[in-house]
Design a protein around this ligand. Structure first.
Ligand code: GLA
Length: 387
């Protein structure tokens, strides 16, 4: 990333305050497997991708906060004292939300100026909003010398999204953007909020992300509905089986099968997805570790089917991309990734076949839907920091 783009825009928008400043970046993510499990205290296995938000921040000697988005060519101004939700330019809420959460945690950030740009496609399910929150948390932490550890910064970023932006997401996106590692996927245990690194650096294999270009409509209400259905099952087990059940993580899959006829059909289907998906994540991580890519790939197809039939968050276009991928030489596995209802598929492929795979999938999708999908190849990169 060329720093001069940020500098030039900063100088056009703001005056140099002469105070501390810095360049920070935070990546987007793609989840290899483990979907809709994070808010059920389960397992996920994302990687940070080589698409990022880049920002330049400088402290001010007053309480004002001035923001400028280079890509939208939009400005926003507030003070660190009076933080209010902005209905018009939704991007500013991700930044201001972080300031608000920092203050709730007892930190008192200075006023600041910030410019930013990025290459994470927006609305594609690759977590551009989490990256914006995380880059803000890292920048403000560093410039104000708070020394907050990266786990805590991820949680502050998630809370900004939950409490200020009003989206009830889990921890996965902010966690991987903050803590991602080069050439490694992170197996995150969302109950203990800890991770293990799973190496992915065999150059014969690649992660191919395909953007269906279907923007995720009504995603928040459908996401919240799925959360409620999972919670209904937890409530049932708490009331009927034992007080100690706090999340779907505490529900045994055989017990779930046993109580099928006592649960609402949809609630049962949602929980079945979550419990089987947790198992797939653990198996997939073992296969990746042992470089058993064929076996890992098959679990991705199984995950997709479960998301399609049990959790019901896929759409026709994503199913089409997964089915077509299955027929391609060199594709070992494919599935929808992220919250669903649009966005991307993630594919595990052989590097040697990448050109034909991309050509062929582009043609079939274009023929069928008259839209050209976007393709991104990315190896796991390091999470947020200075650059
Ligand atoms: C969105 C949320 C994540 C996670 C996924 C589904 O990306 O932000 O917390 O729940 O959906 O796995």
């Amino acid at each position: 990333m060329d720093k001069s783009l940020l500098e030039e825009n900063y100088n056009k928008q703001f005056n140099n305050t002469g105070l501390l400043d810095g360049f920070y970046s935070a990546p987007g993510r793609v989840n290899l497997i483990g979907e809709h499990t994070d808010y059920n205290d389960g397992f996920v296995l994302p990687i940070a991708i080589d698409k990022k938000i880049y920002s330049y921040l400088q402290l001010r000697d007053d309480e004002k906060t001035k923001l400028y988005s280079i890509d939208f060519d939009l400005s926003f101004e507030t003070t660190v004292e009076k933080l209010k939700f902005n209905k018009n330019d939704s991007w500013s809420n991700y930044i201001i939300g972080v300031v608000s959460e920092l203050k709730k945690e007892g930190y008192n950030p200075n006023g600041f100026n910030m410019v930013f740009t990025g290459d994470i496609p927006i609305g594609a399910g690759l977590s551009s909003s989490a990256a914006l929150e995380v880059v803000t948390a890292f920048g403000l932490d560093d410039l104000n010398n708070f020394n907050i550890d990266p786990f805590k910064k991820a949680i502050i970023a998630q809370k900004a999204e939950n409490n200020f932006v009003g989206v009830n997401c889990g921890i996965m996106d902010q966690y991987i953007s903050a803590l991602g590692e080069k050439d490694k996927a992170l197996l995150i245990d969302c109950e203990s909020i800890e991770h293990e690194e799973v190496p992915f650096k065999n150059k014969d294999y690649e992660i191919l992300i395909i953007d269906s270009k279907v923007e995720r409509g009504l995603i928040d209400s459908k996401y919240n509905e799925r959360r409620e259905q999972c919670d209904n099952v937890v409530k049932f087990f708490k009331e009927n089986v034992g007080e100690e059940v706090e999340s779907l993580r505490d529900v045994n899959i055989n017990e779930l099968f046993r109580y099928q006829n006592k649960l609402k059909d949809l609630d049962y289907k949602r929980a079945t997805h979550v419990l089987t998906e947790n198992r797939r994540v653990l198996k997939f991580s073992e296969h990746l570790e042992n470089q058993e890519y064929n076996k890992a790939g098959r679990l991705m197809y199984a995950s997709h089917l479960s998301l399609k039939d049990e959790f019901e968050v896929s759409i026709e276009e994503l199913d089409f991309l997964v089915e077509k991928a299955m027929d391609q030489k060199g594709v070992l596995g494919a599935r929808m990734t992220g919250a669903g209802f649009g966005g991307c598929t993630v594919n595990l492929i052989k590097t040697a076949n990448k050109e034909e795979i991309i050509e062929s999938l582009k043609d079939s999708y274009l023929n069928k839907y008259k839209i050209e999908p976007d393709f991104y190849l990315s190896r796991p990169v390091k999470g947020a920091g200075k650059f």
